[in-house]
Design a binder for this molecule. Structure first.
Ligand SMILES: NC(=O)C1=CN([C@@H]2O[C@H](COP(=O)(O)OP(=O)(O)OC[C@H]3O[C@@H](n4cnc5c(N)ncnc54)[C@H](O)[C@@H]3O)[C@@H](O)[C@H]2O)C=CC1
Ligand SMILES: O=C(O)C1=NCCCC1
Length: 369
């Protein structure tokens, strides 16, 4: 039997081996196509809102409040070809409102193993540069309970976290005119690979009727053209254009997503209009190389976790105003910088708690089916 087709993967049922033995010990394997079938933006954004709140609470203060614990992720380099990251985390007392209701509290112990090999896009056929697997453990016994494909989850959870950040950090998101009409906004997608594409889909699906125009830029034109075609088919009412440069892409935009491997800034503060919100996703030599330093210096900057800040975002540490989860939970108000262009930046990095919460959300839906 093809292992991919099994719902439950009995790792070993022979007692003589001393390994896993009965029904309760079955390890559930959730393959990529099953994960894809169970993903939707409402559930993902709802789950990521819970995850971000749990991230911002790092100790247990009561029996009911969400909290989490995690260590900095590790990086094992495979020469100069790529890297393997391990991302362990524990999240407790969080809810998955849209999936299991607001009364059910979840606890998740997990570890994502994820590789990043940027050369994968040059293979024939190409495969994703970021490939992940998430291990879910029983959080009472520590026993492995599920292996969930993490490639699609990584893409969706990153975009869903950006949606939450946009919802809470983009001050201009209440877009009604005095006459009650919505003011059409412009979205710029800088980098049209896996992350650029999924961010475009997330933003346009989650904020319907907000964006009337999307500008795309990619280093190689064919990727921008491919995304334009896909978006035209899905959102015929929205104007989709390809920009000639990253600077022209962000000019006049209200909301920007950067999702490249660029080690050099793709634009500066002067290239942006006022009140812009930026979701900076990609990583070059470090995680904040896509935006010029003057943007961080004069914007309200939010991240997922202070843990990542210490280890991976040292270069912008002094400009960070808080975690998105602190704003979501109402622990902090959005920081305003006087006499500035009122730009907000969500500096994304990826976080183990997001992966654990997403994998559990998928697991809950999978087991219901
Ligand atoms: N913040 C987070 O949680 C996550 C961040 N990432 C990061 O996001 C970035 C994009 O990832 P994917 O979309 O999966 O990769 P991808 O390979 O599918 O797309 C990358 C895009 O960036 C463009 N690009 C590459 N080098 C460039 C350069 N020097 N200048 C301008 N454009 C360049 C390519 O043309 C391509 O379209 C990567 O840096 C990755 O590490 C990925 C997953 C999660
Ligand atoms: O959080 C993740 O997953 C990743 N972040 C940075 C790039 C590799 C994947």
């Amino acid at each position: 039997m093809n292992i991919q087709d099994q719902k439950h993967l009995n790792l070993q049922s022979d007692k003589s081996t001393g390994s896993l033995s009965n029904q309760d010990d079955d390890v559930t394997f959730i393959k990529e196509s099953s994960v894809k079938n169970l993903l939707n933006w409402t559930d993902c954004v709802d789950a990521m809102e819970s995850a971000l709140v749990a991230i911002s609470n790092t100790s247990q203060k009561s029996d009911s409040e969400p909290f989490s614990s995690q260590t900095p992720r590790t990086f094992t380099f495979a020469g100069n070809k790529g890297v393997l990251l391990t991302m362990p985390g524990y999240a407790s007392n969080y809810t998955l409102n849209s999936v299991t209701g607001s009364d059910k509290k979840h606890s998740t112990l997990s570890c994502k193993l994820v590789t990043s090999f940027s050369g994968n896009s040059q293979l024939n056929p190409a495969i994703p540069g970021i490939l992940g697997t998430i291990l879910l453990f029983n959080s009472d016994t520590g026993k492995l309970k599920a292996i969930v494909d993490g490639t699609e989850i990584t893409a969706w959870r990153t975009a869903a976290v950006s949606v939450v950040a946009t919802k809470y950090l983009y001050c201009d998101m209440n877009l009604k005119n005095l006459d009650g009409n919505i003011v059409g906004k412009e979205l710029a997608i800088v980098g049209c690979g896996t992350q650029g594409r999924i961010h475009a889909l997330a933003m346009l699906n989650y904020f319907p009727n907000v964006f009337i125009k999307v500008k795309l830029w990619n280093r190689s034109l064919n990727r921008a053209e491919k995304l334009k075609k896909e978006l035209n088919a899905l959102f015929p009412e929205i104007i989709i254009v390809i920009a000639d440069s990253s600077i022209l892409c962000v000019a006049g935009a209200d909301c920007v997503v950067t999702a490249t491997n660029s080690s050099q800034p793709l634009f500066e503060l002067k290239d942006l209009k006022e009140n812009v919100h930026i979701n900076a996703i990609g990583a070059g030599t470090n995680h904040h190389s896509e935006l010029a330093m003057d943007i961080y210096q004069s914007s309200s900057v939010y991240i997922e976790s202070y843990i990542g800040l210490e280890t991976e975002l040292k270069g912008i540490k002094e400009y960070v105003n808080g975690e998105v989860g602190e704003i979501v939970a109402g622990k902090k108000f959005l920081h305003k910088i006087e006499n500035s262009k009122n730009v907000t930046v969500f500096q994304s990095m990826g976080n183990a708690i997001e992966d654990g919460v997403m994998a559990n959300m998928i697991y809950q839906k999978f087991m219901k089916n």
